[in-house]
Design a protein around this ligand. Structure first.
Ligand code: ADP
Ligand code: ADP
Ligand code: SF4
Ligand code: SF4
Length: 569
């Protein structure tokens, strides 16, 4: 079975004069394999007539066409966004408890949730309606739910992905907003569980990203709904806050809660079940059977779904890094002791050295000065005690990326990085129109394209999906080694930090009041020091090697805390 997909945003017939149609051998011999949609002024590819030769795919100057062979057994789509549009196969099962959804960006997670919430009526790929839908799912676990949904009977509450946009639509003091929206009387307990007391009297416009995230979660969970849909609840939160959110969500009884999350440690901790979505981003997505959490996440990393007998990519492996051979590295840059004071906050970092090649991870609670440290090194913030003249040997990607004017193609990005970060198709796009994940990849590529001795990346995982995060981790190791440079990564995604770091720099202190940084330590010692502060222990999954957070108070948690081994034993 073969499908043809056209990315309408990329397609620009006015620039190519329908090159795809002109080059198609079927069209040239009189068949209408590609014809023009008169309303949209875009080409339509007839899947019946197309032979799959791939010429249009190669000739299109904007990479707008994909011709894809589908696995035979996936059947008919549940929904398709018009001719040559994205197709979704199957639906996740709304079970009581937390159902985690894992898959890359553009694979249909939001589409699936929109169908389950009743916002989008599934069309079964064509003009099908609810009757056909109910017939299709006869005998399936989800059939009863769909029947209720078809009669308009499911009340859902949604926590959107981009929380930074909320203050544009919602105004006022946090306490008033939450009180007004408290339909099920759980506001008080959520404020306590999410540690929101300090934010209650603030104007929503003045909140930090992490506070906004937790307020958005509280606002969603206080709605009187039978189903809650949480799209990336961990963005902007530190590890302790991520796990706190997970516990708050898990403490809700008798409801269905769908969670889309790219931090695998959080997904693992929060979920009761897992659905994997696989396919081709922007083209089609297939929702797997429902799986236990451990099996679902391991199969996702494996790239192989056992009960479906389906390989969808190569395996992603986690290996415990061997002790570092320090004799083969040399000094890249030395920095002096750094001090910075803001009203109510003070930071002190002892002098140190970056070596090359090396990848150094930076961990620490929110508001202990990680960003301030990185900004002082990059010359964006001036230390109080000394001058730092490193900006000519340092390249820096800030935490919050501001899009510039112009197209992606007008930026100075090396061809290797265009390929590695998969941004080639964005060349003609205006930077301002990119999605969060695209903008992040472009910013990382731009940072790594500069000539420097040390590369500072502040929260590069934000808005990237799991595969993008792990590809980045893998590439940064190679980048450091091939170029003989030092790469410093500040991030809250433990899996990513574990995956890429040879050594760790750990921040500690009282958030918002004072902070300090350790000297670089090996990963095990660094993780121990960080996780002791977070009061959480991690073990390693015996099959995939990935780190998993122990449930608080579990036997493993207690044993590891007693032994002082907060990280894998
Ligand atoms: P995810 O949530 O996994 O990132 P989405 O469900 O948002 O993915 O989108 C999957 C695909 O469907 C994307 O390629 C997107 O461009 C396409 N898509 C989403 N909404 C629409 C729409 N209203 N019309 C046409 N295509 C859409
Ligand atoms: P982290 O990166 O660890 O989250 P930051 O370096 O961003 O921490 O911030 C540390 C503390 O310094 C926070 O309490 C923050 O509010 C404060 N801070 C950061 N920048 C400024 C500034 N320009 N003016 C006043 N306070 C600031
Ligand atoms: Fe031109 Fe590509 Fe669109 Fe065809 S798909 S009209 S080649 S931009
Ligand atoms: Fe025509 Fe070949 Fe493109 Fe199919 S793949 S539409 S046959 S050029």
């Amino acid at each position: 079975m073969r499908i043809a997909v056209l990315n309408k945003e990329r397609c620009r017939p006015e620039k190519c004069d329908f090159l795809c149609r002109r080059m198609c051998p079927i069209v040239r011999s009189g068949g209408e394999a590609i014809f023009m949609d008169d309303d949209e002024k875009k080409p339509v590819i007839s899947e019946d007539l197309c032979t799959g030769c791939g010429i249009c795919v190669r000739k299109c100057p904007f990479g707008a066409i994909a011709i894809i062979n589908l696995p035979e057994e996936i059947g008919m789509p549940v929904h398709q966004y018009g001719a040559n549009g994205f197709r979704l196969y199957n639906l996740p099962v709304p079970k009581e408890g937390v159902v985690g959804i894992i898959g890359c960006n553009g694979i249909g997670k939001t589409t699936a949730l929109k169908i389950l919430s009743g916002e989008l009526s599934p069309n079964l790929g064509g003009g099908g309606g609810w009757e056909e839908m109910l017939e299709r799912f006869r005998g399936h676990e989800i059939r009863n739910y769909l029947e209720v949904l078809s009669k308009g009977g499911v009340k859902t509450a949604y926590k959107p992905q981009y929380v930074d946009a909320i203050p544009r639509f919602v105004k006022g003091i946090v306490r008033d907003i939450l009180e007004k929206g408290d339909e099920n009387g759980t506001m008080r307990s959520l404020v306590e569980q999410l540690d929101l007391d300090a934010a209650l009297d603030k104007d929503i416009a003045d909140l930090s990203g992490g506070e906004l995230q937790r307020v958005a979660l509280a606002a969603c969970l206080t709605k009187d709904a039978s189903m809650y849909l949480l799209d990336e609840p961990s963005s902007y939160l530190d590890v302790r806050e991520r796990l706190r959110v997970a516990r708050a969500v898990r403490s809700i009884n008798g409801k269905t809660i769908f969670v889309v999350e790219h931090d695998l440690v959080v997904l693992d901790y929060i979920s009761d079940y897992i659905h994997v979505i696989f396919g081709v981003s922007g083209a089609y997505g297939v929702i797997s059977n429902i799986k236990s959490v451990r099996v679902g996440i391991n199969e996702y990393l494996d790239g192989f779904l056992k009960s479906e007998n389906m390989r969808f990519r190569d395996e992603i492996k986690f290996e415990v890094a061997p002790p570092k051979d320090k004799s083969r590295r040399s000094k890249a840059v030395e920095y002096p002791m750094l001090r910075k004071r803001y009203e109510g906050f003070s930071l002190e970092v002892a002098s140190g050295v970056f070596y090359a090649p090396e990848v150094l991870g930076v961990l620490g609670p929110n508001a202990t000065g990680k960003t301030t440290f990185v900004k002082m090194l990059a010359g964006v913030v001036k230390p109080d005690n000394t001058g730092v003249e490193l900006s000519n040997v340092i390249s820096y990607k800030p935490q919050y990326v501001q899009p510039n004017e112009g197209t992606v193609g007008s930026l100075r990005i090396k061809p290797e990085l265009v390929e590695r970060l998969n941004i080639g198709h964005l060349t003609d796009s205006e930077v301002k129109t990119l999605s969060g994940g695209e903008l992040q990849r472009v910013a990382i590529a731009e940072c790594l394209s500069k000539k420097a001795k040390v590369y500072l990346l502040d929260e590069p995982s934000a808005y990237l999906d799991v595969e993008e995060r792990l590809n980045l981790g893998k590439y940064l190791k190679k980048f450091a080694f091939d170029n003989g440079v030092s790469v410093l990564v500040v991030d809250h995604d433990i899996l990513l930090v574990d995956y890429l770091s040879e050594e760790l720099l750990v921040f500690s202190g009282t958030p918002g009041r004072e902070g300090s940084a350790s000297n670089p330590m090996d990963v095990r010692r660094g993780m121990n020091s960080f996780l002791r502060q977070m009061d959480v222990t991690f073990r390693r999954d015996p099959d995939s090697g990935r780190p998993r957070a122990n449930k608080a108070g579990s036997q493993k948690d207690n044993e590891q805390k007693t032994a002082g081994e907060y990280y894998y034993v």
